[in-house]
Design a protein around this ligand. Structure first.
Ligand SMILES: Cc1ncc(COP(=O)(O)O)c(C=O)c1O
Length: 450
C-alpha cells in the first residue's frame, strides 16, 4: 500500500515511512491510495488483537507475523483483556475506550503506535525522539507509549500551571529512562509554537531524529478505526455512533471504518464550544474561531487538522491543496457537499452548562458517571432525532476530571485510584522558559539512544 499527501506535492511513500514521518513534507497529511474493503465475515468471533491485525494488515507493509505480535503486545496485559468493552445503557450502548494505562482512548492508538515505531526503527537500526506538546491528556499517553521501546524517547512539553494537577502528576511521575517532561513557562500555544519552530528546521530535525505521534499520524487513525469495526462485530447492527471529537481524528476513524465496508447508518460528531467542525457540517464553511477554555479541555481546538483528510477522501481530491492554502491565508473556506451517498453525518455541540447538566442527568438516570468529553457526546445524542439504539463513544475515565465531575454532581468526586496512588511518587520535570532555543539546547544535551 502506498500513501500520498493530501496536498499532492510530495512523493508516494510506504506505510512505514508515513508512520515515521507523521506529516508529509509538503505540509499535507498522508492518505492511502485506496481504502480496501474488509472481509467482515472473516472477523466474526475474533478477539480484539486479532481483529486489529486483520483490519490493519491491508494498509501495512509489515509481515503478518510481526503485525500480529505488535497487536497482541499492544492489546495484551496493559488492557487486562478489556480493550473496548460495550456496556448497555437505556439508549443503546457505551463503547468504553478508557481501560488503557493512562485511562483515555488515546492509549488504544498509542500503545500500538509506540510499538510499531520501535519495530520499524529496530529494523532500520535507527532511533527517534518523539517531541510532543500537550494541553494535558496526550502527554501521559505519549510518555506511556514508549515504555519498553528502546529505540524511542518521548519528550513532553506542557504549559506551567495550565494542566490539571492530576494530569501533571500523571506525566511527571512516569519516571522511565526514556520519558521526559518539560514544564514550559507559557501557554499551550507557546508549547505548540516551539514544536512547530523546531520541526521547521529540517536539518536539525533530521539530526535529532524528531518524530510525532499526534493524530496527524496516519497509523494512529488506522488503529482507532479498529474499535469501530469491533463495535459493529459485537452488535451486528449498522453503526450508529456519537463521537466526541476535536481534531476530527476520532470521528474520521469512524468514517474510515465505514469506507472499509462496515455497515453504517449514522455518524454523529460532538464538540464543545470549540465547534469548528460542527459549524462546518452545518454550513460547509470551515472557518476558524477563537479558542474557548472548556470543561472538556482535550477538545479545545480551533483547527481540526484531520478534516483535511476528509476533504481529500470524501471527494475533494487534489483541490484540497488550493483549499488548504485558502484556509491558511484567510482563516475560512467553503467546500462543495462532500461524501455524497455516504452515511448520514450529523453534528452538535455542548457548552459548559450543558456539559454539567449532561453529567448530572446521565448519573441520575443510570448511576454511571461520564467524563466531560463523553458528556458532550451524550448531550448531543439527546438533541438528535432518535433513530433507534446507538453507541456513545466514551473517551476518558471520569476519574481524570474530578473537578468537573464534582461540580456537576455537587460532591467531592475522587480522582481515579490509579492516579491518586501517584501522589507519593517522585516527580521528574525540567522547567524551561517558553523559548525554542531553550528546548533546542536541552534536546541537544540528551544522550544518544541508538
Ligand atoms: C478524552 C478525549 N475525548 C475526545 C477527544 C477528541 O479526539 P480527536 O480530537 O482526535 O477527535 C480527545 C482528544 O484529544 C480526548 O482526549
Amino acid at each position: 500500500m502506498q500513501y500520498r499527501s493530501t496536498r499532492g506535492l510530495s512523493d508516494l511513500v510506504g506505510f512505514q515511512d508515513a508512520a515515521l514521518a507523521g506529516l508529509a513534507s509538503d505540509g499535507g497529511l498522508f492518505v492511502p491510495e485506496v481504502i480496501p474493503r474488509l472481509d467482515l465475515e472473516a472477523l466474526e468471533g475474533l478477539s480484539y488483537p486479532e481483529v486489529a491485525w486483520r483490519v490493519m494488515s491491508p494498509f501495512c507493509d509489515i509481515p503478518t507475523r510481526d503485525l500480529q505480535s505488535l497487536c497482541f503486545s499492544a492489546y495484551g496485559p496493559e488492557y487486562g483483556g478489556e480493550v473496548a468493552p460495550l456496556r448497555a445503557d437505556p439508549w443503546g450502548h457505551v463503547l468504553e475506550l478508557f481501560h488503557g494505562p493512562t485511562y483515555s482512548f488515546k492509549d488504544v492508538a498509542l500503545q500500538f503506535l509506540g510499538r510499531l515505531l520501535n519495530y520499524i526503527l529496530e529494523k532500520r537500526q535507527d532511533h527517534c525522539n518523539l517531541l510532543v506538546a500537550t494541553s494535558g491528556d496526550t502527554g501521559s499517553a505519549a510518555l506511556r507509549s514508549v515504555v519498553g521501546c528502546s529505540r524511542l524517547r518521548a519528550v513532553v512539553m506542557f504549559p506551567k500551571g495550565r494542566v490539571s494537577p492530576l494530569q501533571e502528576l500523571q506525566m511527571t511521575t512516569m519516571g522511565y529512562p526514556n520519558t521526559h517532561c518539560l514544564e514550559i513557562d507559557g501557554t499551550f500555544d507557546d508549547c505548540q509554537a516551539i514544536l512547530k519552530q523546531l520541526n521547521r528546521d529540517a536539518d536539525w530535525k533530521r539530526q535529532h531524529r524528531l518524530g510525532a505521534v499526534n493524530s496527524v499520524n496516519w497509523a494512529r487513525l488506522l488503529a482507532q478505526s479498529v474499535y469501530y469495526v469491533w463495535t459493529w462485530l459485537q452488535l451486528g447492527q449498522p453503526l450508529q455512533v456519537v463521537v466526541p471529537t476535536g481534531n476530527f481524528g476520532n470521528f474520521l476513524s469512524a468514517w474510515l471504518a465505514h469506507r472499509m465496508g462496515v455497515p453504517t447508518r449514522r455518524l454523529a460528531l460532538a464538540t464543545n464550544e470549540n465547534d469548528i467542525v460542527h459549524r462546518y457540517f452545518q454550513t460547509r464553511r470551515y472557518a476558524r474561531g477563537g479558542v474557548h477554555q472548556t470543561l472538556a479541555p482535550a477538545m479545545d481546538i480551533q483547527v481540526a487538522s484531520n478534516l483535511e483528510r476528509f476533504f481529500y477522501l470524501a471527494g475533494g481530491g487534489h483541490q484540497v491543496t488550493d483549499w488548504m492554502a485558502q484556509f491558511e491565508q484567510s482563516g475560512s473556506l467553503d467546500t462543495p457537499l462532500l461524501d455524497v451517498g455516504g452515511p448520514e453525518i450529523v453534528s452538535g455541540s455542548a457548552n459548559r452548562g450543558q456539559i454539567l447538566q449532561a453529567i448530572r442527568q446521565y448519573f441520575q438516570e443510570t448511576g454511571t458517571v461520564l467524563c466531560p468529553h463523553t458528556a458532550v457526546a451524550w448531550y448531543v445524542s439527546r438533541q438528535l432525532p432518535p433513530i433507534g439504539p446507538g453507541v456513545l463513544v466514551a473517551t476518558a475515565h471520569p476519574g481524570k476530571f474530578p473537578e468537573a465531575v464534582g461540580e456537576a454532581l455537587g460532591i467531592n468526586y475522587p480522582g481515579h485510584p490509579g492516579l491518586e496512588a501517584l501522589r507519593d511518587r517522585p516527580r521528574q520535570v525540567v522547567a524551561l522558559p517558553a523559548q525554542p532555543e531553550a528546548v533546542r539546547r536541552w534536546m541537544e544535551g540528551l544522550t544518544s539512544l541508538g
